[in-house]
Ligand binder design. Structure first.
Ligand code: PLP
Length: 408
């Protein structure tokens, strides 16, 4: 104890990290691992990661990249050929002309977002964030001492920020508007009309940067690509950073690879920042993606079809459980479920007081791990990752249903 106190007096954290907390998702996973080690058969539908391995096309390209010696530093902005390939892909996706100079390769979308906020947000600036949101955004933004202005959405708008809401919250202090479609946790996809309306609002606020987190843009169930605001409002291109990566569409979570597309001078700054922080993204991941991108399309199509079946099946199962209301999942691989009707009900005489308390009870009593809406800035909901084997989904639905049937 004394030692710990001694250490604390030396290790006084810097102001900008004083509010930082460990990722709640990783903490929960650790708890589930402990329970598993004690012999419990935990079904985990929590972390945002498909259960399957990276596509074979990418795995073999990675092995070849190691054998061929692509194991050294790359340029800070990434391999030239990969930047070229991704600029062509992004030009098609976003509907604007792009060159390799408009792209910098980064070490995962989380780091890409961190870089953008570090490079463009000052203390006292504000970032507009619609809720529910991906758990890490507020923490990443707070590291710049920038204020997160959270805008709650609701069921009526499909959990999407409306043009009217955006107009009302923009001020002179607003530095960034952050848009995530398909959305984590709701799996909602903004329509072309909704994006156009948001773009029109931004038109009269030229000081606002737009950051789009497009990590799920290829995992959609209508068409092959989610609509993008730049496609509809190309006038925003000089102040937009579009962030995408390999983690979700190409099942490359552990490879840590992403890319930022934006105006050339902004990309130069982001590249300098990267060169002074992590030097460059992982060389093997870069070469593997470069060599397998066209071949991986075929795998992606099959992956999407597999997800469609799992999504429909799990939705139907949860929809039959009294007191739970799932929303249609339009993109990504999450089922967002309203559990408010269960608040006040009791399990073994203990009341369910919130979605957090329900999540904890499901883990303790039903060996089922999901995430509660509180982590995403909106209590009253649960999020389930359905990118798992059908057997796991069946088990999860059965446990959920049995648990709810025991409530008094
Ligand atoms: N953005 C969103 C919306 C996510 O859901 C995730 C991961 O769950 C990330 C970013 C981070 O992705 P990466 O693995 O590329 O850092």
């Amino acid at each position: 104890m004394k030692n710990e106190e001694n250490e604390k007096s030396y290790l006084h954290p810097a102001r900008r990290v004083q509010g930082i907390k460990p990722s709640s998702v990783f903490q929960l996973l650790q708890k589930a691992e402990v329970l598993k080690k004690r012999g419990r058969d935990i079904v985990s539908l929590s972390i945002g990661e498909p259960e399957w391995d990276t596509f074979d096309s990418i795995k073999s390209a990675g092995i070849k990249a190691i054998q061929d010696g692509y194991t050294k530093y790359t340029p800070a902005a990434g391999r030239e050929d990969l930047r070229h390939l991704l600029s062509q892909q992004a030009a098609k996706d976003l509907g604007i002309p792009l060159r390799p100079e408009n792209v910098t390769i980064s070490a995962g979308c989380k780091y890409a977002l961190f870089s953008v906020f570090q490079c463009f947000c000052d203390p006292g600036d504000e970032m507009i964030l619609p809720a529910p949101y991906w758990v890490s955004y507020p923490n990443i933004v707070e590291l710049c001492e920038t204020k997160c202005k959270i805008v709650p959405t609701d069921e009526a708008s499909g959990f999407k920020i409306t043009a009217h809401q955006l107009e009302k919250v923009l001020t002179d202090k607003t530095k960034v508007f952050l848009l995530n479609s398909p959305n984590n946790p709701t799996s909602a996809v903004y329509s072309a009309e909704e994006l156009k309306a948001l773009g029109e609002v931004l038109k009269s606020h030229p000081h606002v940067l737009l950051v789009t987190d497009d990590i799920y843009n290829r995992i959609v169930f209508e068409g092959e690509l989610a609509p993008h605001i730049l496609n509809l409002c190309p006038f925003l291109k000089n102040r937009t950073f579009a962030i995408n990566g390999g983690s979700k569409s190409y099942l490359m979570t552990g490879w840590r690879i992403a890319w930022i597309v934006g105006p050339e001078h902004g990309i130069k700054l982001l590249t300098s920042f990267q060169s002074q922080t992590i030097s460059c993204a992982h060389s093997i991941s870069q070469k593997a993606l470069e060599d397998s991108l066209p071949a991986s399309e075929e795998y992606l199509i099959k992956f999407r079809e597999k997800l469609r079946g799992l999504r429909d099946h799990f939705f139907d199962q949860v929809n039959q459980i009294p007191g739970l209301k799932p929303y249609p999942s339009e993109g990504g691989f999450y089922l967002w479920v309203n559990m408010k009707d269960l608040i006040g009900r009791k399990f073994n005489n203990e009341p369910i007081t919130s979605s957090l308390s329900l999540m904890e009870k499901l883990l303790e009593e039903a060996d089922l791990l999901c995430l509660s809406g509180e982590s995403f800035g909106m209590g009253g909901y649960l999020r389930f990752n359905y990118a798992v084997k059908p057997e796991s989904l069946n088990k999860a639905a059965k446990r959920l249903s049995q648990f709810v049937s025991k409530l008094t």
